[in-house]
Design a protein around this ligand. Structure first.
Ligand SMILES: [Fe+2]
Ligand SMILES: [Fe+2]
Length: 202
């Protein structure tokens, strides 16, 4: 099964929320979500890297919730609303990355000299709202999120979020308000630093 097919299967089976189909249509027709890389030069800096990362986070998050619920990882279904939240958070937390990675102009890089230092992609964001904030905005414009989902997506970078340097109280308050903030941050870290590291070393 292709990664896009896996995404579509999870989305259509697990997400029953009003306007979920509008959101999917927007992703397919108006964004590069299914082909985009996940970074300029690090994890997932290749076509489809964002889809690969989003699925890795989905599986990690589901495993975290399964262990909390059943004490083990299982394919048994979780409660319907929990499965829906896991799918929305895992698959869409990095939707802020649509339309921001542009292939580096290699001719220009050669002309400028240092080709070894050139990243495969350049980052240009037409909507610089901040990372978690932008994902939240792009989703919420099309489909309602529950408050705990909004907090988890906003703060999924955890203490790596630049806003925490100014004032970490909102992050701590969000962590206190719902375990989904930590669960999603943990799943994101596992995907980036374990799953995608192993994939890069294969
Ligand atoms: Fe992210
Ligand atoms: Fe992520």
């Amino acid at each position: 099964m292709s990664r896009k097919a896996e995404f579509l299967k999870i989305w259509t089976e697990r997400v029953r929320r009003d306007h979920a189909d509008d959101l999917l249509e927007w992703l397919e027709r108006e964004t590069d979500f299914f082909e985009a890389p996940a970074s300029t030069r690090h994890h997932g800096a290749h076509p489809g890297g964002l889809m690969e990362h989003s699925l890795n986070v989905y599986h990690r998050l589901r495993a975290i919730v399964c262990v909390e619920t059943y004490g083990t990882i299982t394919s048994d279904l979780l409660a319907e609303d929990v499965e829906e939240t896991v799918a929305i958070l895992g698959l869409l937390h990095d939707v802020c990355k649509v339309g921001v990675y542009h292939k580096t102009d290699l001719f220009k890089a050669i002309a400028e000299g240092d080709l070894a230092a050139v990243a495969p992609y350049e980052f240009r964001d037409p909507l610089p709202l901040g990372h978690g904030e932008k994902s939240l905005y792009l989703i919420q414009r099309r489909m309602d999120l529950e408050p705990e989902e909004a907090m988890a997506i906003r703060w999924h970078m955890g203490a790596y979020d630049n806003a925490v340097k100014g004032d970490g109280r909102a992050l701590s308050a969000a962590m206190e308000a719902t375990p989904w903030v930590w669960r999603l941050h943990q799943a994101d870290m596992c995907a980036a630093w374990v799953d995608e590291r192993e994939a890069a070393e294969e």
